[in-house]
Design a protein around this ligand. Sequence first.
Ligand SMILES: *[C@@H]1O[C@H](CO)[C@@H](O)[C@H](O)[C@H]1NC(C)=O
Ligand SMILES: *[C@@H]1O[C@H](CO)[C@@H](O)[C@H](O)[C@H]1NC(C)=O
Ligand SMILES: *[C@@H]1O[C@H](CO)[C@@H](O)[C@H](O)[C@H]1NC(C)=O
Ligand SMILES: *[C@@H]1O[C@H](CO)[C@@H](O)[C@H](O)[C@H]1NC(C)=O
Length: 367
Amino acid sequence: MFRSKNILWITFAFCITTGSCEDVYRQSGTEVKMDCLGADPNGEIEWKLNDVLVLAKSKRGQERRGSSHVAQRARIERTTLKITAVKSEDSGVYTCKTDKHTLYVVSAHANPSLVLHSTDTNLNCEVPKDFKGTICWSTKDSKSCKQNKNMIVKSVTSDNAGLWTCHIKNEKGDQVFKLDVTITVVGPLNTAGEVTTYEGDPAELPCFLPAPSRLPITGGSWTHENTSDISFPALMRTGSVVKWNSTGVSADKVTFSDEPLNKHFNVTLKRVKDDDAGVYVCSLVFEGGKSLSAKLTLKVLKREGAASDNTSGGSDTTWYMPVYGVQLWVWVAVALSAVVLVGLVVITVLIHRRNKRMKVRGKKRSE
Ligand SMILES: *[C@@H]1O[C@H](CO)[C@@H](O)[C@H](O)[C@H]1NC(C)=O
Ligand SMILES: *[C@@H]1O[C@H](CO)[C@@H](O)[C@H](O)[C@H]1NC(C)=O
Ligand SMILES: *[C@@H]1O[C@H](CO)[C@@H](O)[C@H](O)[C@H]1NC(C)=O
Ligand SMILES: *[C@@H]1O[C@H](CO)[C@@H](O)[C@H](O)[C@H]1NC(C)=O
């Protein structure tokens, strides 16, 4: 193995003797071309990495592979050395007879790049060990640049989502390369916080993501924090489709969508009872086992003046129930009076007609 001291010495010697001394930065996975400046394309060419032969080309154009690990991905085109899909271990000093290039293979990662809301992610900017400059990270909004190869973004929110850039600067402080990574935030899971409903009414329990999840959802459900009276559906994944699994669900208590779900995970409680009140938790489980959850408080109100379930003693109060602002007994009284009145009118009219008819008959008979 070549020691970095020796590499430095070679670098130094070349720069002094040939005056041609170039630093080349490439992102890992890309291609690099390095030219042997001033070499005769019809002459013999020999490319070395850290003084180990990569490729040689004879005057007649015959190629000879060296023992360097790069040889498999290298080719010589005229005087140019071309390497495909560079890796970090390809970094080093490349020399031909008259020329010298120092290759720095760099890369940047966010791990993970799909981040659950409120969890951490690591940003990492990889440069070869003998790189002498500085490295810092910035976002598109930030003016400052955090001086570090590695940094942890703690408890991510949507503010952290988007492009992060690793700036690579040489010893003189000039930016020589930059690499972008993207952080995608999944979540947070939202509920309404509080839902209020009347006894006997349905209650929709909302639960949703701001956007369809980029991380596959593998499970999840609703639970009542203090009772297990209600069996909620569970989320199931079939292929790429997420749906509620209705097996074992309290069908008399819960309704839910039968459609594929991607950001809405609401369910509806039917005919809410007083003891349905309390804290409900909606949760999603993602590939890898991590999860998000959100709480919601359901408040159940008694209907004002309503007899509710109280049928026995209820009739006493029913008469005083307000209907369009007037107590019920008043309406009933008015209705009864109206019926009596109409009845009286009808009877009067009938009697009047009968009397008329009898008079007419009496006249006919007397004629
Ligand atoms: C409901 O459950 C939570 C935790 O499961 C507990 O902290 C809380 O005291 C319980 N509340 C009632 C009213 O039982
Ligand atoms: C629904 O859940 C039950 C048990 O909880 C399970 O046996 C069944 O396979 C699930 N259905 C589907 C379609 O995954
Ligand atoms: C409830 O979920 C459905 C899809 O399952 C969605 O279309 C609807 O908008 C949701 N309602 C609310 C209030 O979030
Ligand atoms: C039902 O009615 C009775 C008598 O009117 C009353 O004492 C009781 O508190 C009522 N119960 C409810 C649940 O309203």
